[in-house]
Write a protein that binds this ligand. Sequence first.
Ligand code: CAA
Length: 384
Amino acid sequence: MNFQLSEDHIAIRDAARDFAENEIASSAVERDITGDFPHEIIKKLGELGFMGMMVSPEYGGSGLDCVSYCIAMEEICKVDASVGVVMSVNNSLVCWGLETFGSDDIKDRILKPLASGQAIGAYCLSEPGVGSDATQQATTAVRDGNDWIINGAKNWITNGTTSDYYIVFAQTDATKKHKGVTAFIIEKGMAGFEMGKKEDKLGIRSSDTCSLSFNGVRVPDANRLGEEHNGFKIAMETLNGGRIGIASQALGIAVGAFEKAVKYSFERHAFGQPINQLQAIQFKIAEMATKIEAARLLIHRAARCKDNKESYIKEAAMAKLYASTIAFEVANEAIQIHGGYGYVREYLVERALRDAKITQIYEGTSEIQHIVIARQLLKEYALV
Ligand code: CAA
C-alpha cells in the first residue's frame, strides 16, 4: 500500500482546505446557532466540482477517485461537518447510486444536475418505525399502468427540505420482504409529497434533517432506480460507500478538534510553563494523534479497495466504526485540554463533540457496523 498522497490528491486537499478556510469557516458558528442551511456554500462547492466528485464527467461529475473524495471530505469537515454531510449524502448516497443503477434517461435527466451542483439529492431509507432494522420497509409502491403510487413516511432525511430529488425505498411485494423492495426517485413538488419540520438537532445543526410523507404520490416508471425488487441491494451497496464518506467526516471533525487543542496547549500556561510541557497533556496529544492516523489509514484503505473494485463492505464498516469512535473521544479530549474554555462555544471544540456524536448513529450505528464486520469476517473465514 502506498502511504503517500499523489500530486493530484495533494492539489485536491489544498483546494478543499482553501475553500473551507476562506468560504466556510466565517459563517460556521453562526449557522450552528441559527441552523440556517448553507445554500451559497453548497452552490459554490458544486461549481468547484465537489458535489459529484466520483461521477464521470459525461454526467457532469469530476471523475475523481474515492480517495480524493475522502481527502476533500476531511478538509471540509475539519471546519464544518454540517456542510460535510450535505456533500457526503449528495456524492455517495445519491450520485453514486444513480450512476451505478440508473437508466440512461435517469443519468441524463437527474444525475447531471445533481453531479454538477445545480440540484441537491436525498436518500430515504429510515422510517418512523424502521431504523437499524432496515429490511422492514413499510412504505409501499403499487403499480398503476406506467406509474407507481407511493404511500408511507421516511424519517431523519438529510437534505430533507432542500433537495430536488429523493431516492426512496418502498415495498413492492410484501411477501418477499426485503427482496420485494424497489427504489424510486421522487421529485420535489410531486403531488402528495410533503415535508415535515426541520429537526432541532444536537449537532450538525446547519444541515437539514426532516421527515417526509408520501400520500398517493404518483411516480412514473421512468423514475424507478434499478430493477424491480432490487431496491434493498441498492440501499445496502450505496450505504457501503456512504460509510466511507461518514468515516471521513468523523476524521475531519477529529482533526479540527485536535489542531485547536494543540494550538491552545502552546498558548495556555499553568505551573509556570505552557501546558504542553506537562506529561498529562503530552499523553493526550500522543493518543489523539495516533487515533487520527489509524482512522485515516482505515479510511484510505477502504477507499482504495473501492477504487480498485475490490470488496470493501468490511473495510468501509471498520473505517466508519473506528473513525466515529475516535472522533467522539478526540473531541472530548480537546475539550479537556481547553478546560473550562472548551465548554463554551467561543473556543469551537464543544461543537466538535456535538457534531461527532451523529457519526456513531447515521448510515448505520456503531452497533450495526459491528454486525456487518463480524458477518463479513465469518464469511471470509468460512472460505478458508
Ligand atoms: N452490503 C451489501 N449487502 C448487504 C449488506 C452490505 N453492507 N448488509 C446486508 N446486505 C444484504 C445481505 O447480504 C442480505 O442479502 P440476501 O438477502 O440477498 O442474502 C440482505 O442484505 C439482508 O441482510 P441480512 O439477511 O443480513 O438481514 P438482517 O436484517 O439480519 O441485517 C442489516 C441487515 C445489515 C442490519 C441492514 O438492515 C442494515 O445495514 N441496517 C442499517 C441501516 C442503515 O445503515 N441505515 C442508515 C440510514 S441512511 C442515513 O443515515 C442517511 C443519511 O441521511 C445521512
